[in-house]
Ligand binder design. Structure first.
Ligand SMILES: C[S@@+](CC[C@H](N)C(=O)[O-])C[C@H]1O[C@@H](n2cnc3c(N)ncnc32)[C@H](O)[C@@H]1O
Length: 376
């Protein structure tokens, strides 16, 4: 067992112990779910640009809808990729909005260098706080989270629909859902507990700093998407869909979805992988972050540290609740369910993950990840 320390808001003597792991010897390891915080850096933007499936789907959709139209790009990022794709495809004018000042500044320079400064206007700020001279024909954004709605796509795009986009205007992406699959994580890592590789610590620190204190941050599982062998050992059920977000239809960022996972394999049920499917344009095949390597990674919802033995035919029934946090944009998630096993008593299981709630080391999983001075 290895522990290291991460600084708590750079205050000497207030370091937080954290479980470290070596990705070389652990096929599955943890990263922080960072897209819902303003902690984007060059490495993160580059990972998105290198995601060919994501890039191709978006550029195809932009080429389909942008020619001759006015376009709003929400969250253009430092590379202004969709704004530039729209201008190159012949958009009449593009408004590119970005909340991170440094990213907005670099986007402005990139657009000038590409010779599109007359057709793309960069606006620094939150899309929910800006005004446009006139509503646009098309809104493009990629603020889809590790869970479909976790970066605030539901409330941000509902606001854009009300104030910034013409009635009947087109939204890219078209829709997203969150997916859930039952996991046996012990078998993937030979029983070793999960941890963060040291190069992830600075992202954990930045998420803590953006919230103002340590808390039980959402974590994602690296290593599942890339290896069919690891997935086959880890996934115990077929996936189900929750949190549907219809960007071109009735868009409700909050709700309760009832779902049931049927176990298809024998194993030790430790929790769920929660991921997303994204239909960039109507009629597209979805991008599926449970099974395709991508810049989105499945969130881990731990339900049992020791794991619960399950067999084919057993089932996990649950309610998945999405509620907007008090910032009005980013959802808090909660899941309550019952494990039904042949011949055994019903086992109640639950998980919750707030955007910036104040619980720290509140469950056995987080006490193992961030052990106190005396150990977990
Ligand atoms: C996942 S990145 C996407 C960047 C780029 N569009 C791309 O797809 O490569 C999301 C970006 O949106 C920005 N963002 C998120 N919500 C926003 C909002 N409501 N208004 C403006 N910018 C936002 C973030 O700061 C971040 O730069």
């Amino acid at each position: 067992m290895r522990y290291s320390f991460i600084a708590e808001l750079a205050a000497p003597g207030r370091e937080v112990p954290v479980r470290a792991c070596d990705p070389e010897s652990n096929p599955v390891w943890l990263f922080a779910s960072i897209g819902e915080y303003p902690v984007y850096d060059d490495v993160v933007y580059e990972a998105m640009i290198k995601d060919e499936r994501r890039m191709n789907r978006y550029v195809e959709a932009v080429r389909r809808y942008a020619p001759g139209r006015t376009v709003l790009d929400i969250g253009t990022g430092k590379d202004a990729v969709w704004a530039l794709a729209a201008a190159r495809a012949g958009a009449r004018h593009v408004w590119a909005v970005e909340v991170i000042p440094k990213s907005a500044q670099i986007a402005r320079e990139t657009i000038e260098e590409a010779g599109f400064a007359d057709r793309i206007t960069v606006i620094e700020g939150l899309s929910t706080e800006i005004e446009l001279p006139e509503p646009v024909d098309v809104c493009v954004s990629e603020i889809i989270g590790t869970l479909g709605g976790s970066e605030g796509a539901g409330s941000v795009l509902r606001d854009a629909r009300k104030r910034l986009v013409k009635p009947g205007g087109v939204f890219i992406p078209h829709r997203s859902v969150t997916t859930a699959v039952a996991l046996d994580l012990g078998s993937a890592n030979g029983g070793r507990p999960l941890g963060f590789p040291p190069f992830v610590f600075r992202y954990v620190e930045e998420v803590f700093a953006s919230v103002g204190r340590p808390f039980d941050l959402r974590v994602v599982l690296e290593g599942l998407q890339d290896s069919p062998a690891v997935r086959d050992r880890s996934y115990l059920s077929d996936p189900v869909e929750v949190e549907p977000l219809e960007f071109n239809g009735d868009l409700d960022p909050e709700g309760i979805d009832a779902a049931e996972l049927m176990f298809t394999r024998e194993g030790n049920f430790s929790g769920l992988a929660l991921a997303m499917r994204l239909w960039v344009a109507e009629g597209d095949e979805p991008i599926d972050s449970l099974v395709q390597p991508s810049s989105w990674t499945p969130v881990y919802a731990p339900l049992s540290v020791e794991g619960l033995p399950v067999r084919p035919g057993d089932r996990f029934e649950f309610d998945f609740t999405t509620t907007l946090s008090d910032d009005g944009v980013h959802p808090d998630y909660a899941l309550t369910g019952e494990l039904h096993r042949a011949g055994g008593p019903v086992v109640p299981l639950s998980w919750s993950s707030t955007h910036h709630g104040d619980g720290f080391r509140a469950t056995p999983f987080y006490r193992s990840l961030f052990p106190g001075p005396g150990g977990p």
